[in-house]
Structure formats: structure tokens, C-alpha cells
Write a protein that binds this ligand. Structure first.
Ligand code: ATP
Length: 423
């Protein structure tokens, strides 16, 4: 992995040297949580600085749960992202709910949705204060449902350390949080990913340049050749250059329930070969609306746009429900099954995937999936399906991802298996 990152950063170093900005090298802005560049060009080396901290261990979790009243669990969620769906789903499954918010305006807004309005609020001045409220949460039997905004507000290191039971496996975050680790995981799981170019001079055809840590595609740009790349790149940022895959995007929302023994059972591999690991479900599918790339064609070609000093951007503004052709579903399940099976092999004692995850894909005109990212938790793309989806309705009507999470917690309470789905 070091080698891959090293080569990427070498791309930066080469460019920096070429453009006479070598003095800017090290430490790089966005790399400190992964690798740090130190020294001058001559002595540039990469140090692995991220502790492999897996957060809360199973004994700690068990000790908290020993004090929980399993008949009176409260589902807690930060009021953002997919919280309306999560709160609505929790309520549908008969749970008491807690909203966590900063700012009175945020709380007031939920009055517009009485079907999801939390039973109780925890109002904070800053989301980091959640860390100090751990005991307060545990005294109220709270299980936190993580989503993208929670991880962003707390930071992944704090989230891993939050001393409150959370739904899903927090350990998987380590694998989800870097593009290189994701690639290792997904490719080992049998997914095909877009090619990565390590040297910008090799750009020969459309590529997408992605900055590390960019959220929702902000700042990404398309380049057709080295000149294009050089004109647009911000060399102060760490970047990845990926083959631009032409095709239609589909964001596949799966759910893995390790406690279920029926349905589509994921077959284990490696140490788990021959074992059924749990049930894989397809809950829904979306496509994101991205501003402005979805609409820029109205102004002409990429060249026309650039003549107007405009660049296509990939900022997510909404989500649309979709289905894929049915003949693609077996391959979708094959990729998801491989991804789940591999999640148990990522490191010694890995607990694997638990709950919702999303494979973010592009289907080409050869009807092949390219997976460009995985999200190992509920995605906002599941929000169009508060009332169910064309896939989940087949098994049970009105089953959203948020409700499926609540159902999983309810069943685990009944069967005394909370330890198996929380971390
Ligand atoms: P998030 O973390 O919010 O999921 P992100 O910042 O990690 O987003 P990506 O999901 O990697 O960004 O990509 C953002 C968008 O860029 C995608 O939704 C898609 O439109 C486009 N995109 C990403 N990778 C490719 C690719 N290889 N080829 C074509 N388009 C791509």
C-alpha cells in the first residue's frame, strides 16, 4: 500500500519540481492522517502515521450492553443526512427516538415532519460535545445510528472512539476511509474498479482527478490530456487520477444481516470457507444529481464551457430512484457477496460488514460494472425510499434502509444478539 501511495505522491513531487514549487513539499496538507511527506525532494520519504486503532473493543461493548434495558432502547441520530428516514424507520419499529442537533433552527425544522420528529432532543453547541455525553447516552440506552454527516462532524478518529454503542462495525471505517484500502478490499472481493494513472504525463483520454478528503465530488475535474490536467490541478492537494468511465451510474444499496440464516446467504472465503456468513439483501438503488455536470451539456461541449471559464463539477444536490435491468442483478449480487465475504478477511479478527452499505458503480455499454467507491453505512441515496422501493417491496412493503436498521436492532434485542450488530 505504501508503494501505491508513494507513487501517487511521486506524481505530486514530479509536478512540484517541474513547476518550481519544490519548497512546498512536506508536510502535505491533506496527508497527515495517512502518510506524511517529510524532508526535501532529495530525502522525501513516506511515513505511516495512522495508528491502526479499531476503537471500542468487544469487551467494552459487552460491558455497556450489560447495563442496557433491552426493552427500552432509544435510537439516536444526528439530525442531518438520512435522519428523517432513520427516525421514521425507528418509530415504525416502535422505538423511542433521540435527535442530536446544533442550532435551534435545525430542531425547529423537524416540526415540519411530525412522522419523524424525535421524542427527545440533545442540543449541543458543537457536535464534538457528543464525546463528553457518552455516559448520558448510555444511561438512556441509546444506540447511535451512524451516517456520513456524523462521521464528518466528529472526524473518523473521534467516531471510532465514541463511547456509545453504534449500529454496524466501526472497524470497517479504517478500510473505507482511504481510496487505496478500498481498492484492495473491493478488488479482492471481485469488483472491477476504474484504472488509476500514477503519472499525469500518461493521461491519454478522459480521466477524473479526485482530491483526497473532498466531499461529494467537490473540486473534482475532468482532464483529457496532460495540458488539461496541468491547467486545472491544485498541486497543494493530494490527488488521484482515475480513468473516466463512460456509462450510467447506479448506487446499489445493500444490507447485510449477519444474524439471519435464511435468504441469500453470503458464502465465506479464506478462514470462513464453507460457512454461511449471513443474509444479503438489496434494498434500493439511486442515482445522484450532481451539479453542474448533469446540466452543463446545455451550454455546449467541454471546450465551449471552458471558453466561458466554466468547469464541470460533481457536487451532489439530490438523489433519484432507479432500477437496473434485471439481467444485471446477478452480477450486482456477486460483487456485493464478494465484498461482504472479503470484509471478514481484511485483518485478523475482522468483524466484517454489518448492516447497510452501498456500491457506487458505473455500468458501461458493454454491460460491465465498474465500482468506483464503497460506503459502509447508510447512504443519503436511500432517502427516496422512506416508503419502500421496487426491490424491498417484493419482500416486505414500506421497508426503508432506516426501518431495516431498526428492525435489525429490534430482532437482536429479542434474540439477545445486540453484540453481533453493534460496535
Ligand atoms: P462521496 O464521498 O460523497 O461518495 P466522493 O467525493 O468520494 O463522493 P466519488 O463518489 O468518488 O466522490 O465521485 C463523485 C462523482 O464523480 C461520482 O458520483 C461520479 O459522477 C463521478 N465519478 C467518480 N469516479 C468516476 C469515474 N472513474 N468515471 C466517471 N465518473 C466518475
Amino acid at each position: 500500500m505504501k508503494a501505491i501511495k508513494g507513487k501517487l505522491i511521486r506524481g505530486f513531487v514530479v509536478l512540484a519540481a517541474e513547476w518550481g514549487v519544490g519548497c512546498r513539499i512536506g508536510p502535505m496538507k491533506k496527508c497527515s492522517n495517512i502518510f506524511t511527506l517529510t524532508d526535501s525532494n532529495e530525502n522525501t520519504h513516506i511515513a505511516h502515521t495512522e495508528p491502526l486503532d479499531m476503537g471500542v473493543d468487544s469487551d467494552t461493548l459487552a460491558s455497556w450492553l450489560a447495563d442496557y434495558d433491552r426493552d427500552n432502547i432509544t435510537i439516536g441520530v444526528v439530525a442531518s443526512h438520512s435522519s428523517l428516514q432513520i427516525l421514521h424507520g425507528a418509530r415504525s419499529e416502535g422505538f423511542r427516538t433521540l435527535g442530536i442537533a446544533v442550532g435551534e433552527n435545525r430542531r425547529r425544522f423537524y416540526q415540519a415532519f411530525p412522522g419523524a420528529e424525535p421524542d427527545e432532543w440533545l442540543m449541543l453547541d458543537n457536535y464534538l460535545e457528543m464525546m463528553d455525553h457518552a455516559e448520558w447516552f448510555r444511561e438512556r440506552n441509546v444506540v447511535i445510528i451512524p451516517h456520513g454527516s456524523l462521521v464528518e462532524y466528529l472526524g473518523s478518529a473521534n467516531f471510532r472512539e465514541l463511547q456509545v454503542p453504534t449500529f454496524g462495525n466501526r472497524g470497517i471505517l479504517h478500510w473505507e476511509s482511504s481510496r487505496e484500502r478500498q481498492r484492495k478490499w473491493l478488488e479482492a472481493g471481485g469488483c472491477t474498479m476504474p484504472k488509476v494513472l500514477e503519472d499525469p504525463h500518461d493521461i491519454d483520454g478522459p480521466v477524473i482527478v479526485k482530491y483526497a478528503g473532498a466531499k461529494g465530488g467537490r473540486g473534482y475535474f475532468i482532464a483529457r490530456n496532460y495540458r488539461d490536467f496541468r491547467r486545472n490541478v491544485d498541486i497543494e492537494e493530494e490527488f488521484t487520477i482515475q480513468e473516466y468511465v463512460l456509462g450510467c451510474r447506479y448506487y446499489l444499496h445493500f444490507f447485510f444481516d449477519p444474524t439471519a440464516t435464511d435468504g441469500f446467504q453470503v458464502q465465506g472465503k479464506g478462514a470462513n470457507a464453507g460457512k454461511n456468513l449471513g443474509r444479503l439483501e438489496l434494498l434500493s438503488m439511486d442515482r445522484r444529481d450532481e451539479s453542474n455536470v448533469d446540466e452543463f451539456y446545455k451550454l455546449g461541449s467541454l471546450r465551449d464551457l471552458r471558453e466561458m471559464s466554466l468547469e464541470p463539477s460533481f457536487v451532489v444536490t439530490g438523489n433519484q430512484p432507479v432500477v437496473i435491468r434485471e439481467s444485471l442483478l446477478p452480477r450486482a449480487f456477486e460483487m456485493a457477496e464478494g465484498t461482504v465475504a472479503e470484509s471478514f478477511e481484511l485483518e485478523e479478527g475482522a468483524r466484517g460488514m454489518i448492516g447497510p452499505f452501498c456500491l457506487e458503480t458505473i455500468v458501461t455499454d458493454a454491460l460491465e460494472f465498474k465500482v468506483f467507491e464503497i460506503s459502509a453505512r447508510i447512504v443519503a441515496g436511500s432517502n427516496p425510499f422512506v416508503g419502500g422501493s421496487p426491490y424491498s417491496d417484493i419482500n416486505e412493503e414500506r421497508m426503508s434502509t432506516g426501518r431495516r436498521i431498526a428492525r435489525s436492532i429490534r430482532k437482536a434485542c429479542q434474540n439477545n444478539r445486540l453484540e453481533d450488530i453493534l460496535s
